[in-house]
Design a protein around this ligand. Structure first.
Ligand SMILES: *Cc1c(COP(=O)(O)O)cnc(C)c1O
Length: 232
């Protein structure tokens, strides 16, 4: 067993444990492997261990990796690629052309560009709105008060498919404070689910806070460090 495989086993056990604790089913949680800064060789190990969903943050790095992997015979099944990093409007085109999902849409201009640039031969681009739950000015994401409006605008764009929300909570050692943020996100998610039938994704939880996120209703955890090791 490779080291990556062992790490993935640990993560899936953690997910199973966390779901059992709160009487949820482990199949309700999609594991997204966050491979930013990591080489293709490690992505291959994770792929061989069975993972098919990968998240990336940097446009140039990720497009190079996606293109190389497409030509690599070791990857027979298609990979589902998620862009989860901050996105500038002058870099939307390669993202619209190469990814299956974008989870970091935080303003209409970005959504419009992704919509206009999504190639016709590809299915609609899956979208999560990134919510800045803590209101920290340094964080990207739409505010709580704006998310419903943005969702309505995004849902009108024909080449995008609104799937849910994504958030990175404010760092805190206080579990109550952390879970309060996750609960608020779950509330918005439920509101969106009532409004839009295709909304099925609450992307919250990373290596350090996966248990709390699952307890509070997450449907997708984004795990980098616990699978691939620390980043430089
Ligand atoms: C890097 C990153 C992750 C993974 O974080 P880890 O703590 O390494 O698991 C998840 N989500 C986003 C948006 C990230 O940028």
């Amino acid at each position: 067993m490779t080291n990556i495989q062992k790490q993935i086993n640990k993560v899936t056990q953690k997910i199973t444990h966390a779901t059992t604790q709160v009487h949820r089913n482990e199949h309700e949680i999609q594991l997204l492997a966050v491979s930013k800064t990591k080489p293709i060789q490690l992505i291959k190990e994770a792929y061989l261990a069975g993972l098919r969903h990968f998240g990336e943050n940097y446009v140039q790095e990720s497009v190079e990796k996606i293109q190389t992997i497409k030509l690599d015979d070791d990857f027979q099944d298609p990979i589902v690629w998620y862009f989860i990093g901050p996105l500038q409007s002058n870099k939307t085109r390669p993202v619209a052309e190469n990814f299956d999902w974008v989870q970091s849409v935080d303003r209409l201009k970005i959504a419009q560009r992704l919509n206009d640039q999504r190639p016709d031969h590809l299915p609609a681009l899956n979208i999560c709105l990134q919510v800045n739950i803590s209101g920290e000015a340094s964080k990207s994401g739409t505010t709580l008060s704006q998310v419903i409006d943005l969702a309505s605008q995004v849902s009108d764009l024909p080449r995008l498919k609104l799937r849910g929300i994504m958030a990175i909570p404010q760092k805190t050692e206080n579990l109550q404070h952390l879970e309060k943020q996750f609960d608020e996100l779950h509330n918005i998610y439920q509101k969106l689910q009532i409004l839009y039938s295709e909304v099925d994704t609450l992307s919250m939880g990373m290596s350090g806070d996966l248990e709390s996120a699952i307890k509070c209703g997450s449907t997708m955890v984004r795990i980098g460090t616990d699978i691939f090791g620390a980043r430089d």
